[in-house]
Write a protein that binds this ligand. Structure first.
Ligand code: NAI
Ligand code: 1HS
Length: 254
């Protein structure tokens, strides 16, 4: 299905690369303007310059863990695009280790980007959507927010928090015209995060064990996650509110 995003303005955190950039590309093709907010501001600008569509693409430096940085970048994005209709809370980092091996510093960092980042970017964009009485937000969880995965304590906890924050936001804002949903990807091998995940143990045994968790017999692609994100941001998803959508080749079904 082709979605009509003509005139729509979408902010994407962590949009310089990976899943965020894949979503930006599809949104541009559907007619949207996009603002890529990323810790790597130069990469965000460079990626925006390579996007093509009838709308415009912008790149801004932003650290989603820092209130001032997020507020400044969201304001700049809204000024550049002339408004905001959608927010894709995609910025995230992985973290490895069990509870007894993780340091409080690594735990807090994973929570800061995945959870606090989702809170701060939403907090900055929501007043504009509330004023317009319409909008759509998609948060990125993970299969790690739905099941327990060995060696990913902080990440599983943080993504679980993103999943339930999505339900809370959905309940809060649906009566006010803003739909909030959550996409939970399985492993996407091609992105930097996917590579670091798979690189954490490259033995054939570990790879086979990981792949065996995916009934479809392979890991996913960034464009397969972007398909779901674009759908949930679109008007076609008008009755999707607080949905936790696993896009995972069946990983969470077994
Ligand atoms: P990626 O590492 O390729 O891209 C993440 C982007 O976020 C990068 O451009 C990075 O600079 C940016 N970023 C990191 N920290 C930031 C911060 N503090 N402020 C602003 N931007 C920041 O990762 P990928 O794979 O595209 O992941 C995107 C989202 O999807 C993440 O939330 C991740 O947890 C989630 N996810 C990824 C999966 C995978 O296997 N790749 C599977 C399930 C979920
Ligand atoms: C990092 C991303 O959120 C995926 S966690 C899933 C790890 S596994 O299914 O490949 O073991």
């Amino acid at each position: 299905m082709t979605h009509d995003f003509n005139g729509r303005k979408i902010i994407i955190t962590g949009g310089a690369a990976g899943i965020g950039l894949a979503a930006a590309s599809q949104l541009m093709q559907a007619g949207a303007s996009v603002a890529l907010l990323d810790l790597d501001g130069a990469a965000a600008k460079a990626s925006a310059a390579k996007l093509h569509g009838t709308g415009k693409a912008f790149g801004f430096a932003a650290d989603v863990t820092q209130e001032d940085s997020v507020n400044h970048a969201v304001a700049a994005a809204i000024e550049a695009m002339g408004g905001v209709d959608g927010l894709f809370n995609n910025a995230g980092i992985a973290g490895f280790g069990s509870v007894h091996e993780s340091t409080p510093e690594s735990w807090n960092k994973v929570w800061a980007v995945n959870v606090t980042g989702t809170f701060l970017a939403s907090r900055a964009a929501l007043p504009h959507m509330l004023a317009a009485k319409r909008g759509a937000i998609v948060n990125v969880g993970s299969v790690a927010g739905m099941v327990g995965i060995p060696n990913m304590a902080a990440y599983c906890a943080a993504k679980g928090a993103v999943v339930n924050l999505s339900r809370q936001m959905a309940a809060q804002y649906a009566p006010l015209g803003i739909r909030v949903n959550c996409v939970c990807p399985g492993t996407i091998a091609e992105t930097a995060m996917g590579k670091s995940l798979l690189g954490s143990d490259t033995s054939e045994e570990a790879m086979n064990k990981r792949l065996a968790k995916y009934p479809i017999g392979r890991f996913g692609r960034a464009d397969e996650i972007a398909n779901a994100v674009v759908y949930l941001l679109s008007d076609a998803a008008s009755f999707f509110v607080g949905s936790i959508v696993a896009v995972d080749g069946g990983m969470t079904t077994i």
